[in-house]
Design a binder for this molecule. Sequence first.
Ligand SMILES: [Zn+2]
Ligand SMILES: [Zn+2]
Length: 808
Amino acid sequence: MKYDFTAIEKKWQQRWEETKPYAAVTGEKDKPKFYGLIEFPYPSGQGLHVGHPRPFTAMDIICRKKRMQGYNVLFPIGFDAFGLPTENYAIKNHIHPAVVTKNNIANFTSQLKMLGYGFDWDRAVNTTDPDYYKWTQWIFLQLYKHGLAYKTTMPVNWCTSCKCVLANEEVVEGVCERCGSPVVRKEKSQWMLKITEYAERLIDELDDVDYIERVKIQQRNWIGKSTGTEVDFTAANGDRLTVYTTRCDTLFGVTYMVLSPEHPYLDRWKDQIKNWDEVAAYIDEAAHKSDLERTDLNKDKTGVRLAGVEAINPVNQKKIPIFVSDYVLVTYGTGAVMGVPGHDQRDWDFATKFGLPIVEVVKGGDITKEAFTLKDDTGIMVNSGFLDGMTVRDAIPAMKQWVTEQGIGRPKTNYKLRDWVFSRQRYWGEPIPMVSCPKCGWVPLPEDQLPLVLPEVENYEPTDDGESPLSKMTDWVSTTCPKCGGPARRETDTMPQWAGSSWYYLRYMDPHNGKALASKEALDYWSPVDWYNGGMEHTTLHLLYSRFWHKFLYDIGVVPTKEPYQKRTSHGMILGEGGEKMSKSRGNVVNPNDIVSQYGADTMRLHIMFIGDFEKAVSWSNEAVKGSKRFLDRVWNLAEACSDDPAVTPANEAVVHKTIKKVTEDIDELKMNTAIAAMMTMVNDFSANGCSKGDIRILLLLLSPFAPHMVEELWEMKGFAAETGKMAMQNPWPEYDESKTVEKRVELAIQINGKFRGTMQAEADLDNDAVAAMAAGNELVCRNVEKLGGRIVKTIVVKNKLVNVIVK
Ligand SMILES: [Zn+2]
Ligand SMILES: [Zn+2]
């Protein structure tokens, strides 16, 4: 029979659809639970690309093995469907985003089913479904009620093309991450979430989870905790100018100050600044630059000295100039910095350019950024008054104490992490359930009025003034105040794309619950997610956001664990042939549908796992896919031809136990490629040694998580389904015996015509023909045969002892 993958895959997918072998059972007490999670996809119009199957297949394999090992497994799927690509497509093609979303989800669903993933489809969620986003809105209201959501006017990143506010994380090299258009700064009133309140715990509690190290490092760096000192400088006019520094030991070396162009003092000092026109022009210019452009270390230092206003260094009462420069961001620290050109590269560049004094205060301290980050704190203080002669290590606490005693400073912990901009002026997002009343201010919508459903609009285009298209829906916007009953207006901003994904893993636990985001029983049973795999690019966005929401939900008693995910791993990207990033414009995008129709889903699954080290980027190769197909063909042929013996062939025993061990351990360590290589070796040995039904049974069980369709077909064909009354995937994972994984080897004496000539190593208990064949190929034997000028006429084997080669 031919390996007809198209018919086989269709047959088994239908069987799984009917019998639901992947259904998770909430509350099952007899089995341990395992919750495996992948990042749910954004259902784009292009459909699934070849990057999706890599993490999806890996977690599917893990979950399938766990099921066979007796776990009650939850492996869910859903769709993160709000957001700009769909909205932009809807605008361009005049189709409602809800319709676009529905079509895209249907397409994704059929593609995911085509690949044979063992998802519990009855738990599928869609973030744009009002039954889902009712709870996203509910969580927002809880955040608001606990003081963690607030509205404020602030400079924001504004994409000139998308006409919407971007989070810092969405601005890449000064341009919009989505469309590549320039990003400018704009003052806007925004809803904000106080993620900064959780900064400390988001760092500390990383110690309690099993994340790969690079994820932990990226999160720690992003949160950017530093312990330093706030120091009050004074402007000559009496205004207090506070700076934050981690190096208060260098205060005697401060020779100038710099204010951010957005610093409120600039406007306040308008009349005292003699060169105001020049300053105003500089401020305007800075408004058109992104944060990244402004803080680029290599850029030319620019700035304007404020004429007529000076500051006083509080440690030596010296008058120092004040500059405005765009490398200082108002959202960072206090928006004012002190310049220490003797010991900081950027300050040195700045001082040199503007002809400012450079004072050395640490002897032997290099003028480099590295020196300033305190790698070496053994430098000796000079030109620093009461600090002279101390090491940097001692000078920092001494100065900290001194400024505190003088009342001009205080210890301060700083974080780079900013609060999360949580509104956007677009249509396709969750409505923010808040009402603005002229009398009462912002009033939350009563919870029994949730979900606040997104109304139908004629036009989804953002307005030219940057307001949401919802603002044009007067019927929807005009409402009554829930508090005083007077006329009021609804918030017309919607939530950012990161909202729905911040808690979706909780909804999977109990997706149809109408009374709560999930029942307590389901939350207690399934929490936390045992293993979450996802892209490195989500480390400082989604992963951090969802940890923040989870910790908040824990604090208010909704969820039972402090952390949402016990383990986090990450996969490398799949690049196009030749190692370039896959993109439409390069024409190197691989569509999984093409691979599946040509070779089958099992080959696709196997290949995407065999392609290379899971954590590293790899290039796709159409040629290499064929190798994976050939392997499955060999398994198929071997299974057809095997003997009816139900026992494992003695000659195969060692490879069987070795392979079980290897595949079992490799799956747990995400080394799918080496697990497959081990099965390939096993198949080679089966071919060489001969193969029984007992051997094939083990191979099928090990291969089942990787190539489930073909395995079930062979399992049925060989009669195992009838024998066990179960599919292969429902049988226990094979066990190995450690002692049998080691091949026993013996040393055989080599005799030529009865005379001892040397020894050779061989597997113990090898049959005589195999030993004779080995001897014939042995170098020592060959040399002797040649020397005697004859040929081997007979070989006598004494099992595990000697081999006597007769040459004539
Ligand atoms: Zn854009
Ligand atoms: Zn009111």
